[in-house]
Design a protein around this ligand. Structure first.
Ligand code: ADP
Length: 303
């Protein structure tokens, strides 16, 4: 089993020919609403691939709370550790996607901002028998660090998606992390220089390893993925696909990576699973609707 400790949001998505600039009003194409939040997306990504998936987090009593829990359950995620925060909104993400598939996202934390020690306690009860814990930065940093500690001490692999990127990542977090999975923007923020190709990704990964992570996986979008652990380094080119909307490509990546780790697959294969799921997600609109099921995923890997 895989556990996700993180955010649960509703995504409000507008599509437009291009992204607006500051102060501009732009006529868009379309609007839709879909369940999202990096935590929930990653939990769904795991469940869709047939691996037992638990989420620990919070939703609000108003604005979409019950709807979000229902949709997680419909995707096969175990939600008995999702608590309902009275009188606040659930997390909301306002997303714009342009014709090239690029996006801009504003996240209102709502109930996610109340995730704390109590949730870490719920997580601790779930850790026995788990293979991996997926973490992101959409719930408070103190809770993320405590969740990482709990998993680390229980011998459960900690996989951190450092998104949305934070200016102050506590030093102690790195040594609790087994695998960190920044994209180009996050990698740049973490190491302080541009990361946009294999060479700069290799240098960034080296720095992250020195800080204490056991493995660094740098996601370079359509350019592929670079992975370095103490034992091996390799690059996996992106699967050639027609990208429509990269929302949740990173979450598909994290979920599939954790699913492969739950099956004890070798690292190279785990990263390939991540890259394949990310590529599939990039070909479809929205967050959770774009996450592949096992059938689609197996078919894609065979081709
Ligand atoms: P994030 O969604 O966190 O910003 P990326 O955009 O790098 O991360 O996407 C995550 C992964 O999804 C990539 O490492 C890659 O494997 C896959 N992916 C994303 N965009 C594309 C694309 N246009 N073509 C093929 N694969 C893609």
């Amino acid at each position: 089993k895989v556990i996700v400790f993180g955010s649960i949001n509703i995504d409000l998505v507008a599509t437009a020919p291009r992204l607006p600039v500051a102060g501009e009003t732009l006529l868009g194409h379309d609007f839709f609403k879909a369940p999202g939040g990096k935590g929930a997306n990653q939990a769904v990504a795991v469940a869709r691939l047939g691996i037992t998936s638990y989420i620990v987090g919070r939703v609000g009593t108003h604005s979409f709370g019950a709807e979000l829990i229902d949709s997680l359950q419909a995707s096969g995620v175990r939600t008995e550790n999702v608590s309902i925060e009275a009188t606040v909104s659930s997390g909301v993400a306002v997303i714009t996607v342009d014709d090239a598939g690029e996006n801009q996202i504003i996240v209102i934390p709502g109930a996610n901002g109340f995730v704390d020690q109590e949730d870490v306690g719920r997580l601790s009860n779930l850790l026995p028998g788990a293979k991996a814990l997926l973490l992101q930065f959409e719930v408070p940093m103190a809770a993320v660090v405590d969740a990482a500690k709990a998993a680390h001490h229980a011998g459960v692999k900690v996989i951190l998606d450092p998104a949305p990127v934070q200016a102050d990542v506590p030093d102690e977090l790195y040594s609790l992390v087994d695998i960190i999975t920044p994209n180009e923007v996050e990698a740049r923020q973490l190491v302080g220089f541009p990361v946009e190709d294999k060479e700069s990704a290799a240098r960034a990964a080296e720095i992250l390893l020195e800080r204490g992570v056991k493995c660094a996986i740098i996601k370079l979008g359509a350019r592929g993925v670079y992975c370095a652990s103490g034992k091996e380094c390799f690059f996996i080119p992106a699967f050639p696909v027609q990208a429509i909307d990269t929302t949740a490509a990173g979450d598909a990546f994290s979920g599939a990576l954790a699913a492969a780790i739950a099956l004890d697959l070798p690292l190279h294969e785990c990263v390939t699973w991540g890259a394949a799921a990310g590529a599939i997600a990039a070909t479809k609109s929205g967050a959770q609707p774009s996450l592949p099921d096992k059938y689609t995923f197996d078919l894609f890997l065979k081709e």
